[in-house]
Design a protein around this ligand. Structure first.
Ligand SMILES: NC(=O)c1ccc[n+]([C@@H]2O[C@H](COP(=O)([O-])OP(=O)(O)OC[C@H]3O[C@@H](n4cnc5c(N)ncnc54)[C@H](O)[C@@H]3O)[C@@H](O)[C@H]2O)c1
Length: 371
């Protein structure tokens, strides 16, 4: 039996606990006591996750005398919209949600983002509990207090900073996750190691096969807890993304550009982040401080992750355009998060666009050879 862990995450107005363990869905009633959740409880989830884990969650709560209402949202990024949020709010109000109530999100990052946004706006804020069920949501979307929905003009353009009261990560839910979604979450964990903790990066590399292929266990608890801890350290220091928090975008500038260019259906977010980290790592070596030895080490790690993506259609000039429009561009200069060394990031301004174009060329050539 694997031991559960928990960390306390501090923010501007308080703190909350994040628990990581096996079979924690059944422990929820006990964990809810710690946040004094006394009003109505609304569970926001989608059909797929509800079919997998909804019943077990509700059964435990019902046995503890907690009455719940479940609101289902359609599955998919295209439903992370203001219109969906309004539908969820209408359903919650119709079902008796009160100001004293609690919203539980059960699902991947789409659900935690949308549900978090609903919780932050309904009655100007009700209690929020995240139960992330994808690896990406566990280590990223559910930690840090960013909520949001998409707008036709771009992703996550509407949103709020809103901290949960509790985050419960049940690693047993990873057993049903697609391989590509595991890779996606693994990429975010690697990013945390690359920017904050070389030793953690080494652990992730040593356990790569186990983390990508086995279902659950001790290694998951250890790896997820450390990743959340590292993200929490950064967020605690810079809750509203003024400065330090920007290092969390390592690999994401190029990654977003690749996602947009290839189309969201073609490449998973984390796969794009792996490619983005390769490009940013190369730039770190060419124009930053990353040594040749560490760049080679990092490149080999990224190239070892088994996944395939067709990059032939990428035109570097398109990437250039998208990267220029990236919302992380400040004061008309292209800022890039680079690696100073493995385990430490730096933000560099004035990156010449021609270098980004070259990074994309390098990326295309290297990935062609590995396919
Ligand atoms: N708020 C933040 O800080 C933050 C950070 C990173 C990403 N995000 C957001 O997260 C979203 C991406 O998250 P995601 O990758 O989890 O996508 P997702 O929520 O769409 O989940 C991916 C798929 O996995 C399914 N799924 C969920 N849990 C499952 C399980 N245990 N077993 C089997 N299938 C399961 C979902 O139904 C979905 O089909 C994006 O909208 C992104 O903007 C937010």
């Amino acid at each position: 039996m694997s031991e559960a862990t928990h960390i306390t995450i501090r923010h501007q107005t308080g703190n909350y606990d994040l628990h990581v363990g096996a079979s924690l869905l059944t422990e929820l009633p006990k964990l809810l006591e710690s946040i004094e959740a006394s009003g109505p409880v609304g569970i926001i989830t989608n059909n797929k996750v509800n079919a997998l884990y909804g019943a077990i969650l509700r059964a435990g709560l019902k046995a503890a005398g907690v009455v719940t209402r479940t609101i289902l949202i359609p599955d998919g990024e295209e439903y992370k919209t203001l219109a969906s949020a309004e539908q969820v709010i209408s359903a919650l109000i119709a079902q008796g949600m009160e100001r004293s109530g609690t919203i539980i999100t059960l699902g991947g990052g789409v659900t935690t983002d949308l549900g978090g946004f609903v919780a932050s706006t309904l009655y100007r804020g009700v209690k929020l509990v995240h139960i992330p069920t994808t690896l990406l949501a566990m280590v990223d979307a559910a930690v840090g207090g960013k909520t949001g929905v998409n707008h036709p003009s771009g992703k996550n353009l509407i949103g709020s900073f809103y901290q949960p009261e509790l985050v419960v990560i049940d690693v047993n839910t990873l057993a049903s996750l697609d391989y590509r979604d595991r890779v996606s979450g693994y990429a975010e964990m690697l990013k945390m190691g690359a920017i904050r903790d070389h030793e953690y990066l080494d652990l992730l590399v040593a356990k790569m096969d186990e983390l990508l292929n086995s279902s659950t266990g001790e290694v998951w608890i250890q790896a997820i807890t450390r990743s959340c801890e590292l993200k929490a350290e950064v967020v605690e220091a810079d809750e509203k993304e003024a400065d330090l928090r920007r290092i969390l975008n390592f690999g994401h500038t190029l990654g977003h550009a690749l996602e947009t260019t290839l189309g969201y259906g073609e490449i998973r977010h984390g796969e794009a982040v792996i490619l983005g980290m390769y490009g940013a790592g190369w730039l770190s070596n060419q124009i930053g401080s990353l040594s040749d030895i560490e760049w080679q080490e990092f490149a080999q790690i990224l190239l070892r992750i088994p996944f395939s993506v067709a990059l032939e259609s990428i035109d570097p000039s398109v990437i250039e355009q998208v990267t220029r429009l990236d919302k992380k561009m400040a004061n008309a200069q292209l800022n890039f998060v680079l690696l100073k060394k493995l385990g430490e990031a730096e933000i560099k301004a004035n990156i010449p666009v021609v270098m980004i174009k070259l990074a994309v060329d390098v990326l295309k050539n290297v990935w062609k050879e590995t396919q």
